[in-house]
Design a protein around this ligand. Structure first.
Ligand code: B12
Ligand code: SF4
Length: 595
């Protein structure tokens, strides 16, 4: 293993600092003992007792084999992704579980005790804090504010805190600035053992990184799904691969997880599915791979084993994933996915403008007609969700209208939008930094749909923002949305296999009744809703459930398009005001000049 790590200050150093001259004679012994002490055996005498206080942490180290780790997953801000209204309808609290956290728990010594608190499900209690020897926090960029809050809370209570995951890996300095003890960067398969070794040596701080090495996923254990409150989640997640072979300029996947798509073995993934099956999970499952088809050879090997497993188990999970658009060019792969009960796929379309795609190095989207690719995938039997971005360099006016045309032509119901954001340390970030175009203002929530670009675009930001808002607004006009949902599911090839009949749960019956009440009686689109519903039942009854649940999402989109409009307009107003006020102030005037 070529990984490197830097120990900032160890318990040894802290302990030795206040020792009097008399005890200095014991130093070599103490240091050696501390480094070698076998903390896995609590009966061994440890040298700690020889040392004076304030070593409030000492009991923790004595308990190392049975360390109590409190895993805290920070809050997500309300966003396009939170689907609050739809979740409420089916009595769930969150869409997806923190797979990174339960993977971390599986990698750490299994003699430890774990308690997971996903703060999107429930808040931690004082009893949780008191219980913990070590607090572990993780998260992505949009969880930054709550993650930093948790680190401060843990430090206020005198707890040891370790932080890791995608956000701190991209920007470690911020967690450090609020006093985190251990920064455990990169992928945990490599760096978590370094944390454990440091704790075994009695150290109380350190930074561990993988030095560019990427772990082989063949050794990744089954995530600790048992730590989750399964009832709270709408979907479960598993991961087969990490990394992506492409090189889109704005993407931080390739920075964090590399350009080689590393996969687990089919047996590993089936063991994860079996674990979920044994825990009683019978609903949707999201394969959260960065690009599920990044390693086509290995993914086909998996699917050839997954399809019979699914059939033997009576298709217990509906599968979804993310993939690149070149999926459309591999009919064998599509057929294998459908045979394995994949129901939907998220595609990064980004923009219908070929020039922008080439500029952002998303060449894989320029090789074939994007419209035909989406139609092929849809007609083969997968429902398509897609992501779009506005604000690429050199973008011509009217991109909002071109996106609307594209989405209407392909009848994609759920199209996600955002204005381009430069994520820290991506190729885009470095280029814009070199060109002096990154905005100085620190944006708290990069990456969601309610912020302007965090850099100076090549065209008027005001016009860009207005196009974005009106594109969002028009696409989620209720009648237009319902029509897309209908066209999408009518075009879709009926399901290849029959899923055994199961009685609906009470909460599901209630949800269907509420959808029918809202869509079929309250809304002006009620006639369109019923007409389409009966047509779906007649022509493609296997699409009845996804059709209905997609219809229900209009409640979320109507609310969300209003939030996007209000927030973007408020940001624009602030920017226009700054432009008016800052003639004398050079850097601000420069930023405001982008209008
Ligand atoms: C599923 C997912 C989501 C789900 C959230 C699920 C959830 N509850 O966590 C949803 C769909 C909601 C989502 C949304 C977004 N996401 Co997201 N998401 C992912 C995805 C595809 C998988 C996450 C996952 O489960 N990974 C599997 C686990 C095993 O990996 P991991 O979390 O990295 O954990 C490993 C290591 O990081 C480490 N580790 C993790 N935690 C810790 C903690 C400690 C202490 C240690 C030592 C180690 C450690 O060990 C683990 C094993 O190696 C990742 C990409 C990825 N490959 O991870 C993006 C990713 C996390 N998302 C990202 C982004 C930007 C977003 C959005 C902002 C996108 C957008 N434009 O809207 C939104 C924000 C949502 C919002 N506004 O509320 C970025 C984050 C970038 C960053 N630097 O923080 C990522 C990396 C990918 C990307 N570029 O899009 N996302
Ligand atoms: S295809 Fe997706 S995951 Fe791969 S580099 Fe491009 S944006 Fe990143």
């Amino acid at each position: 293993m070529t990984c490197s790590f830097i120990v900032q200050s160890s318990l040894v150093d802290i302990l030795l600092a206040p020792i009097s001259a008399r005890s200095m004679s014991k130093l070599p012994y103490l240091k050696k003992e501390l480094l070698n002490s076998n903390l896995k055996n609590p009966t061994l005498p440890t040298p700690y007792s020889l040392l004076p206080t304030p070593y409030s942490l000492l009991p923790i180290f004595r308990r190392l084999p049975q360390m109590r780790a409190l895993l805290l997953y920070p809050l997500f801000p309300k966003s396009f992704w939170s689907f609050d209204k739809a979740l409420e309808l089916i009595g769930r609290k969150v869409s997806l579980p923190p797979l990174g956290m339960i993977t971390v728990a599986a990698i750490l010594p299994q003699t430890w005790e774990f308690r997971l608190v996903d703060r999107n499900v429930r808040f931690e209690t004082e009893a949780d804090w008191n219980w913990a020897d070590l607090v572990i926090v993780s998260g992505m960029i949009v969880q930054k504010a709550d993650m930093l809050h948790l680190i401060c809370e843990a430090k206020r209570r005198g707890k040891l805190v370790a932080a890791g995951g995608p956000y701190v890996t991209s920007v470690p300095e911020i967690a450090q600035s609020v006093g985190v003890d251990f920064l455990v960067l990169d992928e945990g398969e490599i760096t978590l053992p370094l944390l454990v070794q440091a704790l075994e040596r009695g150290e109380t701080s350190g930074i561990f990184h993988a030095g560019g090495e990427k772990p082989d996923l063949h050794n990744t254990p089954i995530p600790r799904f048992d730590l989750l409150d399964l009832k709270a989640y709408n979907e479960m997640s598993v991961q087969f691969s990490r990394g992506c072979p492409f090189q889109c300029e704005f993407c931080d996947i390739i920075v964090l997880y590399g350009r080689k798509s590393r996969t687990k073995t089919p047996a590993q993934l089936l063991a994860e599915l079996q674990a979920l099956y044994d825990l009683g999970w019978r609903r949707s499952l999201f394969l959260v791979d960065d690009n599920f088809i990044g390693n086509k050879r290995n993914v086909k090997l998996l699917l050839r084993e997954l399809a019979p497993w699914m059939a033997e188990h009576g298709y217990p999970f509906r599968l979804a994933t993310e993939a690149s658009v070149d999926l459309a060019q591999d009919q064998e792969l599509l057929d294998l996915m459908i045979a394995s009960n994949f129901k939907s796929v998220f595609l990064g379309i980004e923009t219908p403008d070929t020039d922008s795609l080439a500029l952002t190095q998303k060449f894989q989207n320029t090789r074939n007609s994007l419209i035909e690719s989406v139609q092929t995938i849809n007609q083969s039997g997968l429902s398509v969700m897609a992501g779009f971005i506005l604000g690429f360099d050199g973008e011509k006016e009217g991109v909002g209208d071109r996106i609307i045309e594209f989405v209407e032509a392909t009848a994609i119901p759920k199209a996600m939008f955002g204005m381009l954001q430069a994520l820290p340390n991506t190729a885009l970030w470095h280029r814009l930094e070199k060109e002096g175009r990154l905005l100085s203002e620190n944006q708290e929530t990069y990456g969601h749909q309610m912020t302007l670009t965090n850099f100076i675009p090549t065209r008027s930001l005001e016009k860009l923002a207005r196009e974005y808002v009106s594109c969002f607004w028009e696409l989620y006009e209720p009648s237009r949305y319902l029509s897309r949902v209908y066209r999408h599911f009518i075009a879709m090839k009926p399901a290849a296999h029959k899923v055994p009949f199961r009685m609906l749960e009470l909460i599901e019956i209630k949800a269907v009744l509420i959808i029918c009440w809202r869509q079929g009686i309250k809304r002006k689109t009620r006639f369109q809703f019923w007409r389409q519903l009966f047509s779906i039942i007649r022509q493609n009854s296997s699409a009845f459930v996804p059709y209905l649940s997609n219809c229900a999402l209009i409640e979320h989109f109507i609310e969300y398009r209003q939030i996007v409009r209000d927030e973007i307009e408020a940001e624009l107003a602030k920017l226009l005001e700054r432009k008016a006020n800052c003639e004398a102030n050079i850097p601000e005037a420069r930023e405001a000049a982008l209008l």
